[in-house]
Design a protein around this ligand. Structure first.
Ligand code: ADP
Length: 427
């Protein structure tokens, strides 16, 4: 500041000067060294000097204050560097700048979340240790010829990224060392979906191949060694029929699964009489259940409200769950089916409980996966496709509810879900 750079000005303030001048004039006048007129002239000149001095001082003060305000403003104003850093932090994908010594110069928030809070200043190869990555980085930093490379990187939490390692072009006149940018593009869900599709095709092919192999085997036997065996003909043709029917069921299930998936995000708009639908389904399953002496007990509220849904798809839900229960339940047991409104009267709570063998806890979470079975051999023997619960899950998701499964080994299994009650037009 101006005042601080001239400390003598503070000592020489106006009051000191006036006192000094008046004292000097009085001294000179008392010794007869100064006439009255001379004193007046000297006083006038001194007063004018003092006024000038004080005006100058005021100006200096104002100038110092203005400079201080500007300095404060400049400190507050973001520089272009800090704006760029903030913009990079907004990027959801990790981004890093690497210098010629492989050191991380800049890393945005997403990169710090992925690799660690204090990565800046450290060697990038310490975090991305794959050989392909180090090779790509060296190629890109080695100069012209290799502008960018893409490397796949998987972190310890099984997140998968395609990392683009690109050179930053500098003008020839620049004497700057080569640098590289690293941009991470997450592909975890894409890879998982790809893997699921591949698994699904492999499983479906395997499921179809098993009965087909068996049918072909029986045909060969019927043409060859058992050509004249009338008993074998009847037996083998019966098995072939069962296997062919299983293939048809499997194809039907695959088709309905793909149809359901196509309508997954289209909310069902029909008004469905749930009570009627349950009663009809129970009578469809009744013969199969009766064959194993399984009783079906329904507890459905009187005047059960209609629900909003897709009648055909919901029929498939009940058929799959009730036929599973009647397939896997012990003979002479009872199947309990209930449908009651929830307390807030917005949904119908459906519960299907059997007194069967139950399912061990470790299987429950995976039960609705396609082709997942607790006991594959038993399911196949019962004519199961392994798709029944997957179909139920997808239909219920479309109906804005999920399938809850509770089970206790030796006691039975309980399936439940909540369907939305259809709104009356006035509501
Ligand atoms: P599947 O065609 O094999 O019946 P699902 O998807 O319908 O296929 O069922 C998957 C598996 O869940 C079945 O293989 C069976 O092991 C088990 N499961 C389903 N429902 C029941 C039940 N009510 N009691 C015991 N196990 C069941």
């Amino acid at each position: 500041m101006a005042l601080q750079s001239k400390p003598y000005m503070a000592l020489l303030n106006e009051r000191t000067i006036i006192v000094a001048i008046v004292f000097t004039l009085a001294l000179m006048w008392s010794f007869g060294q100064l006439s009255f007129l001379g004193a007046v002239i000297v006083s006038g000149v001194s007063a004018s000097c003092l006024v000038q001095l004080s005006v100058r001082r005021r100006f200096e003060e104002l100038e110092a204050r203005r400079a201080a305000i500007q300095k404060r403003k400049r400190a507050k104003r973001p520089t272009s560097v800090s704006i760029r850093a903030k913009a990079l932090d907004q990027l959801p994908s990790p981004f890093m700048l690497i210098d010629s010594d492989h050191r991380i110069v800049v890393a945005n928030l997403a990169a710090k979340d992925l690799l660690g809070e204090d990565i800046v200043g450290n060697d990038a190869t310490f975090y991305l240790r794959q050989v392909e990555f180090i090779t790509a980085l060296e190629k890109v930093l080695s100069g012209p010829g290799s502008d960018f490379q893409v490397v796949r990187y998987t972190n310890s939490k099984d997140r998968i990224f395609d990392v683009t390692v690109a050179a930053i072009p500098h003008r020839k006149s620049d004497e700057q060392q080569p640098e590289a940018v690293l941009f991470f593009y997450e592909v975890t869900s894409l890879i998982r979906a790809e893997q699921m599709r591949a698994d699904f095709v492999a499983n479906a092919s395997h499921e179809l191949r098993t009965p087909l192999t068996s049918i072909l085997g029986f045909i060969e036997t019927l043409i060859g060694p058992a050509a004249d065996d009338k008993d074998a003909h009847g037996r083998f043709l019966g098995i072939m029929q069962t296997e062919a029917e299983r293939m048809v069921r499997l194809i039907d299930d695959l088709l309905s699964l793909s149809r359901i998936e196509m309508t997954r995000y289209v909310a069902p708009e029909m008004e469905v009489d749930l009570k009627k639908l349950i009663v009809n389904t129970v009578s469809t399953i009744q013969p199969a259940a009766a064959a194993r002496n399984i009783k079906m007990e329904c507890n459905i509220s009187e005047n059960l409200a209609h629900i909003r849904g897709d009648g055909d798809q919901l029929t498939q839900v009940f058929i799959n769950l009730l036929s599973n229960a009647s397939k896997y339940c012990d003979p002479d047991s009872t199947l309990h089916i209930s449908a009651t409104p929830t307390l807030d009267n917005k949904r119908i709570h459906v519960n299907i409980r059997d007194e069967g063998p139950g399912i061990p806890q470790e299987h429950l979470a995976r039960l609705t996966e396609r082709f997942y079975r607790v006991d594959t051999a038993r399911s196949r023997k019962m004519g199961g496709t392994g798709l029944g619960l997957a179909i139920v899950k997808h239909i219920l998701l479309r109906h804005d509810t999920s399938l809850d499964i509770k089970s206790e080994v030796g006691k039975g299994t309980e399936f439940s879900f909540r369907l939305p009650i259809a709104q009356k037009p006035s509501e």
